[in-house]
Structure formats: structure tokens, C-alpha cells
Design a protein around this ligand. Structure first.
Ligand SMILES: C[S@@+](CC[C@H](N)C(=O)[O-])C[C@H]1O[C@@H](n2cnc3c(N)ncnc32)[C@H](O)[C@@H]1O
Length: 294
């Protein structure tokens, strides 16, 4: 199948935001260039009217122009590999490709061959998710990874001791890639499927839900994530801009979640919440009832 290459001429300040916008439009792979950004999409999914709308949307904020060409499928992974350096998170996690040597100084060594999926740890949102994860106890816990991409978050949860990790993504190539990465990191407790939150059994419960997606999906799905959490469990979200954090915070509060910690790096935000444990309330109510009855 042929691919469309979209060459966007933009200032580097807009690379992140346009990458996110283009990912929403179905672009699968991105390469930063001296002039801006090249993005790739399979030819049948390309809609020039959507690109024109995007250009119009940013025209008042930055000089933006684009060119389109059709090309044979290339080995994006090889292009990515040529410029890929390992990343380190909080001196504990090192994410590398299989062609990098392992560095024994790091407690968690994660090998990610990303192919076309999002999630190498280089993006601020992934790095923040990994850093928050380090503050949680995953030992013998059950985990749901929503929008798993390369499976990087699931792999860290498994390496931190999770007993079972269910990961899913809407994209087929991401699912295949997450399975490969789970194998590569020897994490048999990770199960990956293609689908959405609607495919998760509503009767199932998890100790931790991880969701690095985007504002709109999070706003629609936070009540479901909350429902799927065990009492005392944690919800960790990212994939939205600092300016949108207020909407996420409101939705989390409406769902009864308690804020635990938050982080913002270069305009991207992540938030960690806990579902209150009502067992102490039950004990208190029972005691009060018993006391009143006497
Ligand atoms: C920002 S990437 C995050 C990938 C990885 N979890 C990470 O932290 O790097 C978001 C992923 O969510 C997937 N996605 C988008 N909308 C989704 C939805 N409604 N349900 C499940 N996955 C979704 C995308 O295909 C993409 O792989």
C-alpha cells in the first residue's frame, strides 16, 4: 500500500501540538526535519480537506505551509533507529532499543522497538507516566493500560511486579507492536487486545488504570475507569495540555476521585488520582449504628 508523506513547514514550537493533531487524523509516523515535521499516513486514509482545516487553525499563530507526496512504504523504524538515543527517567528507568547495550546502573531496563506506534518515552507524556508509575506499588497488582501504544507503560508495570496487565489500543499495528515488546521484555503477564474501553468487562476490577490518550477520550472515559478501579486503586492520566487540566480535574472530582499528584513538562500535564476506600466508612457507620442501638 502507498503512503502519503505530508511535509509541514512550521516553527519547532509547534511540532508537538501538530504531531498530536495529526495523530488524531490517523497519521502513523512522524519525523522531525530542519524545516518542521514530516508525517505519514496510508493513502486511503489521507484527507486533504482535514489538512487545510488544520493549516487554517494554526495560521494566526505560526507560519505554516505544507506539501504532499505519495511514496512506497518505507522502513520508518530504520529511519527512527538512526537517530534514537536511550532515555532515562528519574535515574531508575532506561528505555532503549534492542541495538543499544544494557546499562546495569538502572533498576528497570525497558527495550522498545517502536515500529509505527507511539511510546518510546521520548514524548513528555510517556516520560511523566513512567515517572508517576515509580511512585506506585505494583507488587501483585492488576493493571489496565488504555491506549497502550508500544506497551511501554505496561512493561514498566510488569517489571515493577504487577501480576496481570491488560493492555489495549484501537490500532492494530500498536497491538502487534505492544505484543512484540512484551515478549522482548519477557513480560508474560501482559495481555494485549485491539479495542476500546467498551470491550473491557464491566465486572472486572483493577488496582491501577493507566491512560495516556487525549483530552476528549479521557473526559468521556474517566467515569468508566473509576468504575473499573478497586477501592484504594489509582488512576494515572496524561495526553492533554496544561490548559485542559481544569476539565480533567473537574471530571475526576465528579467521578469521586481524590487528587494525589500532578506534573507538567513543556505544556503537557499528567495527573494521578486515587479512588477512595470506603471500607473505613462502612466500619464507622456500623459502629455508630451498633452504639445507637444500645
Ligand atoms: C499518546 S499514545 C500513548 C501510548 C503509550 N501508552 C504511551 O504512554 O506512550 C495514545 C495511544 O492511544 C491509542 N488510542 C487513541 N484513542 C483510543 C481509544 N479511544 N481507545 C484505545 N486506544 C486509543 C492510540 O492509537 C495511541 O497508541
Amino acid at each position: 500500500m502507498n503512503y502519503i508523506e505530508l511535509q509541514l513547514l512550521i516553527s519547532p514550537d509547534f511540532t508537538d501540538i501538530l504531531t498530536a493533531e495529526l495523530a488524531e487524523l490517523g497519521f502513523e509516523s512522524f519525523v522531525e526535519t530542519d524545516q518542521g515535521l514530516n508525517a505519514y499516513i496510508v493513502e486511503p486514509d489521507f484527507r486533504e480537506d482535514a489538512i487545510q482545516e488544520l493549516v487554517a487553525k494554526y495560521a494566526s499563530q505560526t507560519a505554516i505551509a505544507y506539501a504532499v507526496s505519495s511514496l512506497e512504504k518505507r522502513n520508518w523504524n530504520a529511519e527512527w533507529e538512526s537517530g534514537y538515543e536511550p532515555i532515562e527517567v528519574a535515574s531508575q528507568v532506561r528505555v532503549r532499543a534492542s541495538f543499544h547495550e544494557k546499562d546495569a546502573r538502572f533498576r528497570y531496563d525497558i527495550v522498545i522497538n517502536p515500529k509505527m506506534s507511539f511510546g518510546t518515552g521520548h514524548h513528555e507524556t510517556t516520560a511523566m507516566m513512567l515517572e508517576h508509575q515509580l511512585s506506585l506499588d505494583f507488587s501483585r497488582k492488576t493493571v489496565l493500560d488504555v491506549g497502550s501504544g508500544t506497551g511501554i507503560l505496561a512493561v514498566l508495570a510488569a517489571k515493577m511486579g504487577a501480576q496481570a496487565v491488560v493492555a489495549f489500543d484501537i490500532e492494530e499495528w500498536a497491538v502487534e507492536n505492544a505484543r512484540e515488546n512484551a515478549d522482548l521484555n519477557q513480560c508474560p503477564q501482559i495481555r494485549v487486545f485491539q479495542g476500546t474501553i467498551a470491550d473491557v468487562d464491566p465486572a472486572s476490577r483493577y488496582d491501577v488504570v493507566l491512560a495516556n490518550i487525549n483530552r476528549n477520550v479521557l473526559l468521556a472515559e474517566i467515569p468508566t475507569y473509576t468504575h473499573l478501579l478497586n477501592e484504594g486503586g489509582y488512576l494515572l492520566v496524561s495526553g492533554f495540555y496544561e490548559a485542559d487540566a481544569v476539565d480533567i480535574e473537574q471530571k475526576a472530582a465528579e467521578s469521586g476521585l481524590t487528587p494525589v499528584q500532578g506534573m507538567t513538562i513543556r505544556g503537557w500535564t499528567s495527573l494521578l488520582y486515587q479512588k477512595p476506600d470506603s471500607s473505613w466508612l462502612t466500619v464507622m457507620t456500623t459502629n455508630l449504628f451498633t452504639a445507637n442501638a444500645q
